[in-house]
Each structure stands twice: as C-alpha cells, then as structure tokens.
Design a protein. Structure first.
Length: 293
C-alpha cells in the first residue's frame, strides 16, 4: 500500500517492566495551561504605586532598590536579589521608591476553570537568586533575541515557578483528570465566538447528546455547562480589558457578542461590575497608552 502512513495515537506496547513511566508527570504536563499575560522589566525613576489585578499570579525578580507589596495592612518587603511569588485572588498593591529595578511576570497556570496551580501558595514566598543558575540564566535569556534563547527561557521560568508549588497530590490528581477529560470541551469553547456557542453543537463535536454532556459535566465538576462557558468568556474578556487598548465595543465584537450592551450586561452579571469599571479599577496596567474607554 502506497501513501502516507499516519502514526498510531495508541501508546506503544512493550513487555512488562521494560518501560517505566510517571503518570503524575504526564498528568501535570498535559493538564496545566500556563498563560503568560504580561511581563517586563521596570527601572523606577520615581516612586511607584500600582495595584495588581486579582485574576493573575505575579512573579517578581527584584534586582535593586527598596519596595514592598501590601495585602491590606500586611507588608511584604522585597529585597534585592530575591524572587517572590504573589498568587492570584488577593488585592495587592506594590510601592517602590525611586531607583528600584525588577522583572515581573503576570501569568495564570490553570488546571481546570477556577482552579490555579498556585492558588494555595502563601503570598510573599521567596528564594535567593544568589548561586541559583536557573533564575539568573532566565533573565539573561530574556535580554537576547534569538529564538533558542526564548525557548530556553520558557523552561527556566518553569524551574523558577516549581519552587512555589504547594499542592495536595490527591486534589491535584482529581483536578488534572478533569482537565484531561474535558480538554476537547475547553478547546472548543476557547476557540469559538460567543455567537457560535451552542451546547448541542459542542456535544455533537464530542460525540454525545447535549443532555448526557450536561449531566456528566455537572456530576464531575459541580458546575453547569453554562457557568463553565461564562467563566471562559469572562476570562477572555478580562485579559483583553487589562492587556489591550481595544475599546469595549471592539472587545465585544472580537468575542462574538451581538452588541456592546449585551456584552456589558453579560460581564456585569458574572463579575458584579461593568467592563469599564473593571478596566478603570486596574488602570495601572494600561498606563502605556490611552483609550476613550
């Protein structure tokens, strides 16, 4: 038979004891969706105050100067030469004096909607860059422009993040198995516009009836499909509100809402505030440009 032979998707078979695998590693590798939302290097020429948006983890490589992160009245002083992680979901603010310098990384590491790899990490955890090759090499790679340097930086960033993981293995395995089970569902919703979302169509693409998918998903996750879909679109909307200069009506159109009014009503229903209020409340991130919104 001539032609292209497609590789089998089945795992290779071998006699017992010939292959040693790590199911936990495979589960983690396939389940975690790491998204770098924003990053950069800041050299403060003046006193700097900023508020960190709630739905992101923030990693600081603090290089020089004096600064602190505050969570309410709790202060976390930042020391030069140390790396800090502040997990998502808390109202932080950063205050730095003139002359500070830092690299920062805003990211999500979602295993399943609403469950982040670092959400149980205590705020302000740190390690020293002195003698730590991955952290120092990461910053060196980011100064370069070669693709191989940037690919290497991705792995080095994971090495740095690994210091802050605080997981219960049983809880992780449960959530990661859900991530794998519904990976296709997440891919469909993540690549669709809001106008295209129909539970019947999603279920058909997954090879089952809508009623079966809805019942199974709720039994597995405690969430309705409608709530899951809303979560995914709210997260996409937040990312655009925080990280782009698009106007609200442009964001509504890009997500597939029929009107800005419908999008704003949807966003307020699921967050308690309008898109403009959310953007203005986190306006520090948009200081690089101006918008009529």
């Amino acid at each position: 038979m001539n032609g292209l032979l497609l590789p089998s998707m089945r795992k290779p078979t071998a006699p017992k004891n010939d292959i040693q695998t790590s199911p936990l590693f495979e589960s983690l590798f396939n389940a975690v969706r790491l998204r770098l939302l924003f990053h950069g290097r800041i050299k403060g020429k003046r006193q700097w105050v900023e508020k960190t948006p709630f739905p992101i983890n923030r990693l600081y490589f603090f290089l020089k100067g004096h600064a602190s992160v505050f969570e309410g009245e709790t202060e976390y002083p930042l020391r030069p030469g140390k790396v800090y992680l502040f997990p998502l979901g808390r109202p932080y603010r950063f205050e730095g004096s003139a002359g500070f310098e830092k690299w920062f990384f805003d990211f999500r590491a979602e295993i399943f909607p609403g469950w982040d790899l670092f959400e149980k990490t205590p705020p302000g955890q740190s390690f020293s860059m002195k003698g730590d090759l991955p952290s120092r090499k990461l910053l060196a790679c980011l100064e370069g422009r070669r693709i191989e340097n940037l690919v290497e930086a991705t792995g080095l960033l994971w090495q740095c993040l690994s210091r802050f993981v605080n997981l219960d293995e049983k809880d992780f395995l449960e959530k990661s198995s859900l991530g794998e089970r519904y990976a296709l569902l997440r891919a469909i919703v993540g690549n669709a516009s809001f106008a295209e979302i129909k539970i019947g169509r999603i279920a058909a693409n997954m090879g089952m009836r809508a009623s079966v998918l809805s019942k199974r998903f709720r039994a597995d996750t405690g969430l309705t499909l409608e709530r899951f879909i809303a979560h995914e679109f709210v997260e996409r909307a937040k990312n655009q509100l925080l990280l782009t200069e698009l106007r609200v009506r442009e964001i509504a159109g890009s997500l597939g809402f029929t009107s800005e009014f419908y999008f704003s009503r949807f966003f307020r229903k699921h967050t308690g505030e309008s898109p403009r209020q959310y953007r203005q409340g986190n306006s520090w991130l948009r200081s690089r440009g101006k918008s009529s919104d």
